[in-house]
Design a protein around this ligand. Structure first.
Ligand code: ADP
Length: 162
C-alpha cells in the first residue's frame, strides 16, 4: 500500500489543487489531503471549513481522504504510514521555498520522500490567494474552483467584506 500526504493550507481548495490530487492518485494507492492549521497565515476559512471543502471536493475520488493536522509534517506522515509527501510546483517562484522545505523534511525524517507534481498548464497561474482576491472584488472564479467552493466564498465574503 503506497500512501502519500498532500499537505497545504487549502484556503480554499482550487482546481489547481484538484489537478495535483488527481495526478497523485495515479502513483499512490491512497492520497491523504492534509489541511494544515496554519493559524499564523490568518486563513479566510477556519480549519473545519477548509477540511469540509476539501472533503466535498474529493468525494468522487475513492483513493483520496481528507484530514487536518497540526505540528510537524514528517511526524504526521510517519503516523499515517505514508512513504511520500506530494507538493505542487507551478513556477520557478515556488521552487526556492519548496526546495528548502523538502530538504528540511528529509533532514527531519529520511524515510519520507517529497514528490513534486506540475499541474496542467492552465492552472500554473492559479493560487488560493488570487482566487480570494478575485472573489472579494466580485469577479468570476467559476473556472478556478469547484461550484461548492464558489458558494462558500460568496457566503464567507458576505460576512467578512474587504
Ligand atoms: P501552502 O500554504 O502549504 O503553500 P497551499 O494550499 O497554498 O498551501 O498549497 C498546497 C500545495 O499545493 C503547495 O505545494 C502549492 O505549491 C500547491 N499548489 C497550490 N496551487 C497550485 C496550483 N494551481 N497548481 C499546482 N500546485 C498548486
Amino acid at each position: 500500500m503506497r500512501t502519500a500526504i498532500y499537505p497545504g493550507s487549502f484556503d480554499p481548495l482550487t482546481n489547481g489543487h484538484l489537478d495535483v490530487i488527481q495526478r497523485a492518485t495515479k502513483l499512490f494507492d491512497r492520497v491523504i489531503v492534509a489541511v494544515a492549521k496554519n493559524e499564523s497565515k490568518h486563513p479566510l476559512f477556519t480549519i473545519e471549513e477548509r477540511l469540509e471543502i476539501v472533503r466535498e471536493g474529493v468525494r468522487h475520488l475513492p483513493a483520496v481522504e481528507a484530514d487536518s493536522f497540526d505540528g510537524l509534517l514528517v511526524e504526521y506522515a510517519e503516523r499515517m504510514a505514508a512513504q511520500a509527501v506530494v507538493r505542487g510546483l507551478r513556477a520557478v517562484s515556488d521552487f526556492e521555498f519548496e526546495f528548502q522545505l523538502a530538504l528540511m523534511n528529509r533532514k527531519l525524517n529520511e524515510r519520507v520522500e517529497t514528490i513534486f507534481m506540475m499541474p496542467k498548464d492552465t492552472y500554473t497561474f492559479l493560487s488560493s490567494r488570487i482566487v480570494k482576491e478575485i472573489a472579494r472584488f466580485g469577479g468570476d472564479v467559476s473556472s478556478f474552483v469547484p461550484a461548492h467552493v464558489q458558494i462558500a466564498l460568496k457566503f464567507k465574503l458576505a460576512s467578512h467584506p474587504a
